[in-house]
Design a binder for this molecule. Structure first.
Ligand SMILES: O=P(O)(O)O[C@H]1[C@H](O)[C@@H](O)[C@H](O)[C@H](O)[C@@H]1OP(=O)(O)O
Length: 936
């Protein structure tokens, strides 16, 4: 078969478009048998032996090779059977200075990849003369031809095989001849052997030598029979949220000279787009409702009416803007990835940048298989809005300070009071229809004349009505009522009233100057302060009447004489005895009907007044500094949306991977989950603003609770309910999985998350900040979040069962780690990356969800996650110490993260220059040839 090179494709794990992949034309191809969700095929390249001296292939092939040892790499290409063209798929790392290289990077084809027994794989071996030029290539080189010398590599030989030949071969191993470009001369041998993740290499001891820093090291591949991970990993449901996986395979030696196998996987998520769309819809609903309530505030005096008109016109514009963004996003059907280069696009503002699951699956001898997940994502930040004036942390503080000190145009309510007003309004909106439904159910029970059903309907009605009455037990409602009264035509007070509430506003951290305020609700001769009490109390009273009536009806029904009604709390019924009399059984409905009507009327009156007064509070919040205050809300929504998309993705993945772990479920239910963010932003220039956005976005995640529900259809995407101060994310699980959950979770218990952020800037900008700028932002974030982490730990220790805790303490010295983290934060050392390592370790030990972020989650993030992966292999899986750097280089050179760079900027180069790298902490520098000037 003639092999045609694919003209323009860049090396990488690009999948053929589905239509193309499945289009096998007239041919019938043989699928590879495998368990679902397992890779289709994985193989490693055993020893490559190039024929030495007198028949030295290199002598004929590449003259300069004679004078030095080879630096070899194998490039793997795929020839789809229906086509005649060849697609570059992946490469091994470069093994330096040997003629019999041993490659640590293997090849894996994920389950989605269109590969058949008839698919041909081509292996091309190169000698890399100049590493710094090698991976900087951006186009495909012609096969069978020496690359131009300036590219820095020379062709040594090639071999090819059909996938079916490998699968059917004895021991699933092929020893293939490497040939010259014309296919004539044999220049060496290359071994290919199939890998199954559930198996360590078969057979007896197989001694392979390789050179490590000048030393020969004996590596022994031994047979063991470890537990298969497929049970744990077999989560087809996850495919509904994870898309386009990129998979890489490595084998690394352990300290006792055995092999461990590592599968690295990176997937994007459709939640990147789904969550923003859900959230924007929710904001639109919330804002439309608020705008309507502002319109329905009733008659206001001219000053307030003008203010209202102004607010409404801006708020309507804002809703239109959200609607436009939603329309634009809805056009992106099926999208699951926003690239770093799109981070400033207005229509994609709510979408997180470069969100991925970065997973490492370790299969090592004698140890249980392990999965390590990190969500990598660009720091949640409002790139389109820009950072000229800083980010949310600063902007919100400045806005609040100014608002507090600007007097008479409007009334100042603290953020806490405004939040409370929103909460009460939301409670009212939920409770009023609920009470009405329960009241109707009570009437229904009455018409059925069923005492039991009457009692249980009454119980529900009482509970909800008590909640309703309780919702207004706040001074804020009173002060808002008075404020609104004074804003009505003719209701002008000498000074605007100032709110007084149980949570009287105090300056956060004592930073805000005291505001002009009055100590009590101002007196107004026409204002009847007790009127509200009477209206409010009428709801309780009418409930008591209903309770008393139900008592009497039931008592009358069982034949006993009416003995005077008792309210639920045992008090004598407030109604006169003759107003509630015992009637014959058929009158139950008629007896209760007028009382229910009264309850509904009273409730309506309370709702009407409270809604208007609290909406008036919201009007004050909106009135100050239009349209800036709305832009601030927009900015906060944008940042939150990006943060939430990541969180939901992390939560769902965690839930799926830990569903069979009872301790995890217990923790989820009783304590909640820690969510740890590693930030790599510098505290210099624009990144200060990003960090300020990120800190608020992550802290806002506290407002999110999760609820797990059973999926009733194939639509398993999460649903968001609630409002800005309190969101509930409903995660759907298929019946089989849902059934395995603890009862409380199945009953809809809300599950909480505890986000923490630790940031350490590592690049050259951070050097500038340390020398000439200010690092206080980073210091205070780390200090504040340390306190939050400590609180979580305390809660964990208190709430988890004692048996679990004693075992946990034996295994982990969390106290020591926390102490160490604290000391490192206090130490104020420059670029103290120890802070990130400790925080990540603590998070893993606490079974939390890990995130790593930098501006784009592309370059610095890639350095950090690969370092974390190799550190885990060293600390938890006995990675041979001599191979630490080599493993790190393999992952950075040919692993998932270089593919991440490629998919973001269409170029396989980390965007660092030499000067930048000199400023990086040592282990954050990528290998030679993988970085350089890139158009980001
Ligand atoms: O993924 P990042 O580390 O945020 O990418 C940075 C990179 O670190 C830096 O060296 C380079 O100059 C660019 O600013 C990268 O950011 P982009 O957002 O432009 O990809």
């Amino acid at each position: 078969m003639e092999i045609k090179e694919e003209g323009t494709s860049e090396e990488g794990q690009h999948f053929l478009p589905t239509a193309q992949a499945n289009d096998t034309g007239d041919f019938q191809f043989t699928s590879i048998q495998k368990t679902p969700d397992e890779p289709q095929l994985e193989f490693i390249l055993g020893a490559v032996q190039l024929v030495p001296t007198h028949s030295d292939p290199c002598k004929d092939l590449v003259a300069p090779v004679r004078d030095r040892k080879l630096n070899t790499l194998v490039q793997i290409s795929v020839i789809h059977p229906a086509e005649q063209s060849l697609t570059r798929y992946s490469s091994t790392e470069i093994v330096e200075g040997t003629r019999d290289p041993l490659f640590l990077t293997g090849v894996t084809f994920p389950s989605e990849y269109p590969i058949y027994e008839e698919t041909k794989i081509k292996l091309t071996v190169y000698d890399v003369k100049d590493k710094s030029h090698d991976t900087v290539r951006t186009s495909v080189l012609p096969e069978h031809k020496d690359p131009p010398p300036e590219v820095g590599r020379s062709f040594l030989g090639y071999a090819s095989f059909k996938v079916g030949e490998l699968l059917k071969s004895k021991e699933k191993l092929l020893a293939l001849s490497l040939r010259t470009s014309d296919g004539g001369k044999v220049v060496g041998i290359i071994e290919v052997s199939v890998v199954k993740m559930g198996e360590i290499e078969d057979g007896g001891a197989d001694h392979i030598t390789t050179e490590v820093q000048g030393q020969k090291c004996a590596l022994v591949c031994e047979c063991t029979a470890p537990e298969s991970v497929s049970g744990k990993d077999n989560l087809p449901f996850l495919n509904a949220v994870l898309k386009n996986p990129v998979c890489k395979l490595y084998r690394f030696p352990t300290s006792d000279n055995k092999w461990m196998r590592i599968r690295e996987q990176m997937s994007e998520s459709i939640l990147s787009f789904h969550i923003p769309k859900e959230l924007i819809s929710l904001h639109i609903k919330e804002d439309l409702c608020r705008n309507q309530e502002i319109k329905e505030l009733g008659e206001l005096s001219p000053h307030w009416d003008n203010l209202r008109k102004n607010v409404l016109s801006h708020c309507d514009q804002m809703v239109n803007m959200y609607q436009d963004i939603l329309t634009e996003l809805s056009k992106e059907t099926g999208s699951s990835f926003k690239s770093s280069s799109s981070k400033g696009e207005k229509t994609l503002e709510f979408v997180p940048v470069n969100l991925h699951l970065q997973r490492m699956h370790v299969h090592s001898p004698h140890l249980k298989d392990a999965l390590y997940d990190v969500i990598t994502v660009g720091a949640p930040a409002a790139h389109f809005q820009g950072f000229k004036n800083g980010g949310l942390r600063k902007l919100l503080h400045r806005f609040e300070t100014e608002r507090r000190n600007t007097g008479y145009q409007f009334i100042y309510y603290s953020p806490e009071n405004t939040a409370k007003a929103k909460e009460v309004l939301s409670n009212i909106n939920q409770l009023q229809p609920l009470i009405a439904t329960h009241a109707d159910l009570l009437l229904n029970s009455a018409s059925q004349h069923s005492p039991d059903s009457l009692k249980s309907s009454l119980k529900m009605l009482s509970e909800k009505t008590e909640l309703f009455v309780h919702a207004f037990k706040d001074q804020l409602v009173r002060s808002a009522l008075l404020a609104l009264y004074t804003a009505r035509p003719g209701g002008v007070l000498k000074k605007p009233p100032s709110p007084k509430s149980n949570t009287e506003e105090s300056s956060p951290q004592g930073q805000l100057p005291p505001m002009r305020r009055q100590d009590s609700i101002p007196h107004h001769s026409d204002y009847d302060e007790e009127e509200w009490d009477r209206v409010w109390a009428s709801v309780g009273k009418s409930l008591n009447c209903i309770i008393a009536m139900v008592d009497r009806l039931i008592e009358g029904d069982v034949g006993s004489e009416g003995s005077g009604g008792h309210s639920k709390d045992g008090e004598k019924d407030p109604l006169p005895a003759d107003s509630i009399t015992c009637h014959p059984r058929e009158d139950w409905y008629e007896q209760l009907y007028p009382l229910i009507l009264t309850l509904k009327d009273c409730m309506g009156e309370v709702v009407n007044r409270a809604k208007q007064s609290l909406t008036f509070v919201l009007l004050q919040e909106l009135a100050y500094s239009l349209p800036q205050c709305l832009m601030l809300t927009l900015r906060r929504d944008i940042v939150f949306s990006q943060a939430l998309a990541g969180l939901v993705c992390g939560f769902i993945i965690k839930l799926h991977t830990s569903l069979r772990d009872p301790a995890f479920l217990e923790q989820l239910q009783t304590v909640g989950l820690i969510v740890q963010y590693e930030g790599l932003l510098s505290t210099y220039s624009d990144e200060i603003g990003m960090l300020e956005d990120m800190a608020v976005g992550i802290s806002d995640l506290k407002k999110v609770a999760f609820k797990i529900i059973e999926a009733k259809s194939n639509d398993v995407l999460p649903v968001i309910t609630g409002r800005r101060e309190h969101y509930v994310v409903e995660v759907k699980l298929p019946a089989r999985m849902f059934e395995s959950l603890p009862l409380q979770i199945k009953e809809g218990q809300l599950l909480h998350v505890y986000p923490v952020l630790f940031n350490v800037g590592i690049n050259e900008q951070q050097t500038l900040a340390e020398r000439f700028g200010d690092v206080s932002l980073q210091e205070s974030i780390n200090q504040e979040n340390f306190e939050l982490l400590k609180e979580y730990y305390k809660m964990f220790m208190e709430k988890m069962p004692p048996d679990y805790i004693s075992h946990f303490q034996e295994q982990n010295d969390l106290k020591g780690l926390l102490e160490n983290l604290h000391q490192n934060i206090q130490a104020k050392k420059r670029k103290n990356v120890e802070i990130m390592w400790l925080a990540a370790t603590i998070c893993r030990k606490l079974n939390g969800i890990r995130f790593t972020c930098c501006k784009s989650a592309k370059d610095r993030t890639s350095m950090s996650v690969t370092l974390e992966q190799c550190s885990i292999l060293r600390d938890e899986h006995q990675l041979h110490k001599d191979f630490f750097i080599r493993a790190l280089d393999c992952m950075r050179r040919e692993g998932c993260r270089i593919e991440n760079v490629l998919k973001n900027i269409k170029c396989r180069k980390y965007a660092f220059n030499m000067l930048q790298l000199m400023a990086f902490p040592k282990y954050y520098r990528p290998p030679e040839g993988t970085y350089g000037k890139a158009d980001t």
